[in-house]
Design a protein around this ligand. Structure first.
Ligand SMILES: Cc1ncc(COP(=O)(O)O)c(C=O)c1O
Length: 389
């Protein structure tokens, strides 16, 4: 009866067919078969006991992958950026100071977010293909005395990994909390939240955990919890960790409704964590290290250069590869997709026009996948040589 009132006619939505590519960009990567199955489990209300059990399993699994005894561990509804918003906005308030260690695009995102919260920002910037020296950071902490220091563990825009051992101790010596992005390093690179003195950390599901994007693991240390209790500002409602902790029952017997959680994503994250728990963290880390070492060898055999000069700075999940003069990065990426149905990415932020970004992580971290990418790259180098050189 309302047909004549509709100002927009029905659109045509056609069936779309495609062959799924092998996902070898810096994320998302392919998902575990068990995770695909978990995504189709029945939808329940976030107030059902069955889902409370799933949330408890997730918190236990996250304590394991972050290696923390802290109780303030849960998952934010949103992609990695939502973790970044939560960690920053719950710890540093308007007119307080954050020191951001910038080497890639994610640190610049943290900078932009902090500015929007009215936080005073200080930046310690280094060249994109480098990592930070703890001695230099100490000098800056001594002078600035910020409330928190933000740093990215694995940087998917540059392909580098930052050493974190000792950094928590340094931050605490100068009264700062340590906030860390582990979006592309968790469950791939070794990470020890409590031992390394990390106070706020977030990650994602679509990288090393091999799940779908949209739900982000997060944890705060006991030191951070004290700071949160005493803060005199309010973070955004959706990201308020005190309200979220009450929904996730972090401290016992609270199942307070905050927002409608996504049951399929909760089931999926639980399955990602089960995969890691079954394999064990040391074996997951070893598998990533071995696969990527093999891939780097294959890259060197192709006479290609790795963008990150120091081997110890190279991230295990994302490899940045420099193409010889004359090749076009976009053309290379397109050929890999069209001819081999392998998805890799060109540079991002500081690496635009400087490197390819190739991700081998989670379920894809196998010698077989590493070889498939290297073989396709060898073919692409030959195919594009005629047109480019
Ligand atoms: C290191 C790092 N931090 C943050 C993000 C942002 O995560 P998302 O795209 O899931 O919001 C990414 C995404 O690639 C990332 O690699």
């Amino acid at each position: 009866m309302y047909e004549e009132k509709l100002i927009i006619p029905r659109p045509t939505i056609v069936d779309r067919q495609f062959t799924k590519p092998l996902l070898c960009g810096p994320g998302p990567c392919d998902i575990w078969p068990s995770v695909a199955e978990a995504l189709s489990k029945p939808v329940l209300s976030p107030l059902c006991d069955e889902l409370f059990d799933v949330m408890d399993d997730i918190r236990a699994g996250l304590q394991y992958v972050f290696q923390t005894k802290s109780k303030l561990v849960l998952a934010i509804s949103g992609s990695g950026h939502s973790g970044m918003e939560t960690v920053i906005s719950n710890i540093v308030g308007p007119n307080e100071t954050i020191l951001i260690c910038c080497r890639g695009i994610w640190d610049d995102r943290a900078l932009e977010m902090s500015k929007r919260y009215g936080i005073k920002t200080k930046v310690h910037r280094i060249l994109f293909n480098n990592t930070f020296s703890l001695t230099l950071i100490e000098g800056i902490l001594k002078i600035l005395r910020p409330k928190a220091l933000f740093i990215t563990h694995g940087d998917s825009s540059t392909g580098s990994v930052q050493k974190l051992e000792g950094l928590g101790k340094l931050c605490h010596k100068y009264g700062a909390l340590l906030l860390v992005d582990t979006v592309v390093s968790l469950a791939s690179e070794p990470f020890f939240m409590d031992e390394w003195g990390v106070d706020g950390v977030y990650s994602s599901t679509q990288k090393g955990l091999s799940g779908p994007a949209g739900i982000s693991p997060i944890a705060f240390s006991e030191r951070a919890q004290e700071v949160i209790k005493k803060r005199n500002f309010k973070p955004p409602f959706y990201f308020d960790i005190e309200l979220l902790a009450a929904q996730w029952n972090c401290f016992g017997n609270t199942r307070q409704y905050h927002h409608t959680l996504s049951p399929p994503l909760l089931w999926a994250l639980r399955s990602c964590l089960k995969e890691v728990i079954n394999e064990t963290l040391p074996k997951v880390w070893a598998r990533h290290a071995e696969t990527t070492a093999h891939f780097h060898k294959r890259i060197e055999q192709l006479s290609l250069e790795l963008l990150i000069p120091k081997p110890e700075d190279r991230l295990v999940t994302v490899t940045t590869v420099v193409l010889p003069k004359g090749y076009d990065y976009m053309e290379f990426v397109k050929y890999m997709r069209n001819k081999h149905n392998i998805l890799i990415f060109p540079g991002l932020g500081p690496t635009v026009g400087k490197a390819l970004r190739i991700g081998i992580m989670g379920v894809n971290s196998t010698i077989q996948v590493a070889d498939a990418i290297a073989d396709a790259m060898a073919d692409t180098l030959i195919a594009l040589k005629k047109s480019s050189l």
